[in-house]
Design a binder for this molecule. Sequence first.
Ligand SMILES: Cc1cc2nc3c(=O)[nH]c(=O)nc-3n(C[C@H](O)[C@H](O)[C@H](O)COP(=O)(O)O)c2cc1C
Length: 200
Amino acid sequence: MKILQINSSARSDGSHSTRLASALTQAVMTANPAATLKVRDLARSPHPHLDEVALGALFTPAAARSPEQQARVALDDALIAEVQAADVLVVGVPMYNFGVPSQLKNWIDAISRAGVTFRYTDKGPVGLLQGKQVYFALTRGGIYRNTPNDSQVPYLRTIFGFLGMSELQFVYAEGLAMGPEAERAGLAAAQAQIADVISQ
Ligand SMILES: Cc1cc2nc3c(=O)[nH]c(=O)nc-3n(C[C@H](O)[C@H](O)[C@H](O)COP(=O)(O)O)c2cc1C
């Protein structure tokens, strides 16, 4: 089993979502001692944005790409190869301004490529990243689980499902900015959820 952990907090040290994702990863590894782990930290290793240069490279046929365009596409290829190789993904997701961090959106933009990770058929789109289990470690200052203001989970279900990943589990640490007692309770509740989602 190959595990890929994606950390998307802008913080390296002190990030609750990274800590929670690491705890989820540890639980998966405890249940699967032979599992190997690759960690991609999107803040420590920033990926270039999907700008005009990147789009130009992606939409140029491979044989006609300049060396610069080849190099730009290769950066995305490396991220795609990591996901393709993984059996399990663990994704740390802080809530930033009611959405996912731009680092995570940028990673999603990099791995979503027509003909490679999804394709359109006469019956509609087909995700090509199938057969993977995905765990999300969600951290929030407030409490939004199962409310209309939680735009993260519907978005993550849509895009991961579009790419073929439908085995999704969500662990929530909420109320982290609502005072020390709420923070302690939110983190404890998240730890308790880990055992539940791993056993499913
Ligand atoms: C830039 C920024 C925006 C945030 N926006 C929200 C928000 O919209 N809703 C919320 O509940 N918490 C919000 N928070 C709080 C974070 O979700 C919370 O502190 C979380 O633990 C941050 O993740 P991290 O500990 O992994 O860095 C925000 C924090 C930051 C730094």
